[in-house]
Design a binder for this molecule. Sequence first.
Ligand SMILES: Nc1ncnc2c1ncn2[C@@H]1O[C@H](COP(=O)(O)OP(=O)(O)OP(=O)(O)O)[C@@H](O)[C@H]1O
Ligand SMILES: [Mg+2]
Length: 489
Amino acid sequence: MPDFSSNFNALLDARFPILVSETHEEPRLLNLIAPVCNLRGIPLFIWSHAEGLKRSNETGAVYNTTEFTDALKHVDVTPQNGLYVFLDAHPFFNQPLNVRLIREISFDHYRRDRTLLFVSPALELPTELARVAARLNLSGIRPDRVRALLKEELDSWQRQHQKSLRINHDILPLLVHQISGLGEDEAQRLIRQAIHADGELNIKDVQRIARFKQDQRASLLEMTLPEVTLDDVGGFSRLKTWMKQRRAVFQNPALAPGLPVPKGVLLLGVQGAGKSLAAKAVAGSWKLPLLRLDFGALYNKYIGETEKNLRKALEEAGRMAPCLLWMDELEKGLSAGDADDGVSQRILGTLLTWMSERDSRVFIVATANDVSKLPPELLRKGRFDELFFVDLPTLPIRETIFRIHLEKRGVESKAFAPDKLAAASEGFSGAEIEQAIIAAQYAALADNTALAQAHIEEEIARTRPLSVIRAEDFQRLRGWAQQRCVTVD
Ligand SMILES: Nc1ncnc2c1ncn2[C@@H]1O[C@H](COP(=O)(O)OP(=O)(O)OP(=O)(O)O)[C@@H](O)[C@H]1O
Ligand SMILES: [Mg+2]
């Protein structure tokens, strides 16, 4: 990444009339700008609603400039060249007069060297201004600086407390990565908090920081930190091995510089077989924030807006990296509907471009159960690292799933015969097994007795699994997957 001042210099050389900087770190930005202006001999003016327009290093403000409109009028007519920085002017952009004044100043830019820089935590420029504006971003803190800060804070804590801090070394790379890219002040505050919170440095700190980053912005992604792990999933043995082999490299790509960083998997399969559960469990096992992309929330009736929303969401995932991006029920977001004016086609285009170009550590887990609705481009080699097919659980896996769900409900699975239950539930999905246990618990409650093997057996006998009711759909899906996917078990 080019450093801030060369970036700033380049924008000044390119003579953009308007610059925009979205940041919470106003003082840091001003500290970086001032020396560049100084070197180039550009007079620097700073406006705020509280103080009006002032030349930097001077105390007096220009007469009658506390109102944004008045300040702009002044800049419009003044013969004084310079960089005019407006702090927190974003609330005033909804007034047409202000937008017009800014436009006039920018029209005149080729003759008179007055550059406007708007600095706000968040600022959406009106389109007519956005066309002549450039963004000036504060570069975030780099990993080596994070490590240095971490060490400083650690040393100071240990000196103060006369003991060493308990550190889970596995999570340090995660912690450094989560903090990298933030502002320096913010980074320092978060590190301090992490160390002082409980005199330990552990996964909770990483999670807190991930949550903090998420709270910073209104989001199209819903973030959770799942507690389920792959141990809570019965079967999926191939997927588990696959994930295990890749975990270390994903967390620290430097371990294997020649290897591509794992990008993601698609789990295709029958209903209720645990695809969504597996997606959550991968995040839980890898201790990554899980960002769920809700395709429904992206849709917007204005042309172009839906793709823009998707792009924003994907960029956001990039900023949250390392993380797991979960696209649940992918076919619903991408189905080639007939009457959608090509939105799904453009959504797909946006997604494919991002998938092939991104270099951030965002691991995708996509799930789907209706392959006929999935666009073939997405399934081509190289998009996902692997396509896994999730079929109904086999006998031994059903037994495991019974055990998992009995234990989960605080019932000793030893008191039951899970092997018999498994044998009786041919054709059941994991979800149906879980439902049978829940229904049996209700039956036991109604009988006023403890849950017994017989209750569950009765529920199994009563259930007609989906694989029977919709046998043809299941067959079709299997036939399709055999050609194209790796089985998950
Ligand atoms: N292999 C499994 N191991 C343990 N529990 C399972 C398994 N499969 C399903 N379950 C149970 O069933 C619930 C529902 O499964 P899940 O929603 O993950 O299925 P799915 O494959 O995503 O289904 P759908 O295609 O309908 O979205 C899970 O939350 C879990 O409790
Ligand atoms: Mg699901």
